[in-house]
Ligand binder design. Structure first.
Ligand SMILES: C[S@@+](CC[C@H](N)C(=O)[O-])C[C@H]1O[C@@H](n2cnc3c(N)ncnc32)[C@H](O)[C@@H]1O
Length: 217
């Protein structure tokens, strides 16, 4: 069970899809893992439990950082939890595996919330505000031969992520997919998303995917 301070993203379909993809990869005491946008720390903890040698987790939210630290302590996992934006707090470091389930939901406008619960999901009108930055920044913290596992919705442009990561020199594939019913946020935005042509008027489901980018050894 995970502790969760109010306002911190509750792990759900996308978290568990990425956790499943993570479990398909071999982690050992030499594996240095970075979890960007950690929330409760669910994925960082999973990496530690799967045998990673060291795990670093980052979130911009003070409540999330506190929650992830509490969860790490409760499970006896020595996870380094840092507050900051994306890879900012670990600039200059290198990791063997970078995982991220960032905000990716297309929003009303391009403002990125500075506080509040919506900061966990709102990502600009195309849902790519954080994804684009991760595609640009993550390769800088990957060690030679390292790998990125990134979760997102098909509503926010899987092809664009693939192209951006390939442009950064990574070999890219989709390693997990799952169709899930719209949650309350997308349900409330159905009309707006249909008007923008992001979904059809009848659509009630989205596909979530995990994209893998691998550094050439
Ligand atoms: C969709 S939630 C995922 C949480 C967790 N990884 C999971 O899968 O359950 C996204 C998280 O990203 C965090 N976040 C939003 N903007 C961020 C940024 N610029 N840098 C780091 N974390 C950010 C939010 O606070 C939130 O905890």
């Amino acid at each position: 069970m995970l502790l969760r301070i109010p306002g911190v993203y509750a792990p759900q379909h996308d978290t568990w899809l990425l956790a499943g993809a993570l479990a398909e990869h071999l982690l050992d005491p030499r594996t240095r893992v970075l979890d960007i946008c950690t929330g409760t720390g669910a994925l960082a903890l999973r990496a530690a439990e799967l045998g990673a040698g060291s795990v670093t987790a980052i979130d911009i939210s003070h409540r999330a950082v506190l929650t992830a630290r509490l969860n790490a302590r409760a499970r006896g996992c020595p996870i380094r939890v840092l507050q900051g934006s994306l890879t900012g707090p670990v600039r200059g470091e290198r990791f063997d595996l970078v995982i991220s389930n960032p905000p990716y939901v297309p929003a009303e406008d391009d403002r990125i919330p500075g506080t509040g619960r919506a900061r966990a999901w709102d990502a600009g009108t195309d849902g790519r505000a954080l994804l684009d930055r991760i595609c640009c920044q993550a390769p800088d913290v990957l060690a030679p031969g390292a790998m990125l596992l990134l979760a997102q919705s098909a509503l926010s442009g899987v092809d664009k992520t693939q192209v951006m990561l390939e442009e950064q020199g990574l070999r890219v594939d989709v390693v997990a997919r799952r169709e899930i019913p719209f949650g309350p946020v997308l349900t409330a935005r159905r009309r707006m998303l249909a008007a923008r042509g992001i979904i059809t008027a009848e659509q009630r489901n989205e596909e979530i995917v995990v994209i893998r980018g691998r550094q050439h050894p």
